[in-house]
Design a binder for this molecule. Structure first.
Ligand code: SF4
Length: 50
């Protein structure tokens, strides 16, 4: 796990001043599968809306 995860999703409960404060995050490929063709195909499933 990285020391710092930068994030711009300011309406997430884990967001704090441009950083993610969750103890772990889950990221998967948009549409399923295990191979993303670009960063746009990755999704944070740990997101929790405020
Ligand atoms: S859980 Fe995901 S969306 Fe929420 S702050 Fe962390 S990286 Fe960003």
């Amino acid at each position: 796990m990285p020391d710092k995860i930068k994030c711009t999703v300011s309406n997430c409960n884990f967001w704090d001043n441009q950083l993610c404060k969750a103890s772990a995050i889950e990221v998967s490929v948009d549409g399923g599968g295990a191979m993303a063709k670009s960063d746009m195909q990755t999704q944070c499933h740990t997101f929790e809306g405020k």
